[in-house]
Design a protein around this ligand. Structure first.
Ligand code: ASP
Length: 337
């Protein structure tokens, strides 16, 4: 596991900035407000990654229809750092009043296996609100990277382990997980370059500063279609309708590289149940909105079925995923640091 001291320092600095800005955002939220009147002030949706990435995109897609349904205003705030754990940690400490909501992804279930001192416990520190969407990932590279196919990519990185760079959005991010699965499936150990989100990682990939990475179709579809990056495969068992020419990892010869990125909404533990219910119902309404369905389809994904946008289904998924990934990391000999 690579976690450089420079990276730790940067994560701490970002954490400090996150604390200040989130505290400022929450200052007007006055805990203890009447749940029956919810919402009577702005709601902050915290995205634990940079603006311009897939988690940010999905959050902004649902924020407006959810706000309309709730009859309030939702402000999206990016509190990035350390693979999503900084923003998640901040929300865990926020007032449990429903005015600070976290959008997180599969990283909620991988981080406990990767960080010794996480500062929150997924099943104890939050109330689950509902699942949002499950997004395929793509294996992509700078457009002038030599390998033409997934098999060529595997051969190329094996022959160039000292020079090839693999970008991710930080330890515990979905791109980090996908990169680990790639390295395990290919039998190789590469240099990883962590970013604060895949927004900036993708900018560097397009600019040619890093060689390759995995990321959600919500972030990569545009660049793939525009030919700004080279795409090798999609990490789901079936091809994605919006990228029909892109083979699956199984077709490309890496059947063990399979992962899709589920997203869910969380509020701090102790948030009143009637507030959680209002948020969950607003989420279900947003996911039934035809504009949201159409926009998600263009980005290679879809809303979860209505029954999954509930606190119960979300908690069940989280429990199952915590077990799945802790076993995968243990089997791969990867320890928390
Ligand atoms: N796609 C990122 C990840 O690898 C997160 C993001 O920027 O939304 O987890």
């Amino acid at each position: 596991m690579r976690l450089t001291s420079g990276y730790r320092a940067a994560a701490r600095m970002i954490a400090a900035i996150g604390v200040v800005s989130l505290a400022a955002a929450c200052a007007g939220s006055g805990g203890g407000s009447d749940p029956a009147a919810y919402p009577d002030q702005n709601i902050t949706f915290v995205v634990p990654f940079s603006a311009g990435g897939p988690t940010d995109t999905v959050t902004r897609l649902i924020a407006e229809p959810m706000a309309a349904e709730l009859g309030g205003k939702i402000v999206v705030q990016n509190v990035e750092g350390a693979g999503g754990t900084v923003g998640a940690g901040e929300v865990a400490q926020a007032q449990p009043d429903g005015y600070t909501v976290l959008m997180h992804h599969i990283g909620m279930s991988t981080a406990p296996s990767l960080y010794q001192n996480l500062g929150y416990e997924p099943l104890e520190s939050f109330e689950t609100v509902g699942l949002v969407t499950e997004v395929p990932m793509t294996v992509i590279a700078r457009k002038d990277f030599e390998p033409a196919t997934l098999q060529d990519l595997v051969a190329h990185v094996k022959a160039n382990t000292d020079t090839v760079t693999l970008a991710n959005a930080g330890i515990g991010a979905a791109s980090h997980l996908c990169g680990l699965l790639f390295q395990t499936a290919a039998g190789v150990k590469l240099q990883e370059v962590p970013y604060q989100g895949t927004g900036p990682a993708l900018t560097d990939l397009v600019g040619g500063q890093v060689d390759f990475m995995c990321d959600q179709t919500t972030n990569t579809s545009g660049q793939i279609s525009a030919g700004e990056v080279k795409a090798y495969a999609v990490t789901t068992p079936e091809r994605v309708a919006s990228l029909p020419d892109l083979p699956t990892t199984t077709e490309g010869g890496l059947p063990d590289l399979k992962v899709s990125v589920w997203h869910g909404l969380y509020v701090p533990k102790g948030t009143p149940p009637e507030v959680v219910t209002k948020l969950s119902e607003a989420l279900q309404a947003a996911l039934a909105d035809q504009k949201v369905i159409d926009q998600m389809a263009k980005l290679g994904t879809a809303p979860v079925p209505a029954g999954d946008a509930t606190p119960e289904a979300h908690r069940t998924k989280l429990e199952e995923q915590l077990g799945t990934w802790s076993k995968v990391f243990a089997d791969a000999g990867i320890e928390a640091s």
